[in-house]
Design a protein around this ligand. Structure first.
Ligand code: 5GP
Ligand code: ZN
Length: 114
């Protein structure tokens, strides 16, 4: 998608340091962090939102979560705790319409979320 910020990050048009990458997934620090560790994980493929995933995307979605667990270990928040968040559409505050998983940790997170 030519006007998608996250597609531009994947292609390198917007220069971003990846904290993780494989053939299907890339991850990078959020530009406006909400926690000491706030990493965004995205599929390289443009999928607009979690509600658009199909059976064929099962492996891809698993890879997002597997990468998040690796990063949680690497960033030493596995034991203290962390949260994985996917915002879908307006009421959840989705701002970028390219599927992404937030990994948040490094502080006490409140529940329920706002
Ligand atoms: P959403 O609200 O859609 O779930 O989350 C989008 C996230 O992407 C936000 O937390 C926002 O700060 C982050 N973000 C938006 N544009 C950029 C960018 O150009 N670079 C990085 N690193 N993060 C971005
Ligand atoms: Zn995109």
């Amino acid at each position: 998608m030519s006007d998608c910020i996250f597609c531009k990050i994947v292609s390198g048009e917007i220069k971003t340091n990846f904290v993780y990458e494989d053939s299907d997934v890339v991850a990078f620090y959020d530009i406006k962090p909400e926690a000491p560790v706030h990493i965004v994980l995205i599929p390289r493929e443009h999928i607009e939102r979690i509600s658009n995933i199909k059976e064929k995307d099962a492996g891809l979605v698993s890879k997002l979560f597997l990468a998040a667990t690796k990063l949680a270990q690497e960033k030493h928040i596995e034991t203290s705790g962390y949260r994985l968040v996917i915002n879908c559409n307006k009421d959840a505050g989705q701002a970028v319409f390219h599927l992404h998983l937030h990994l948040l940790g490094g502080r006490k997170l409140t529940w329920p979320p706002g």
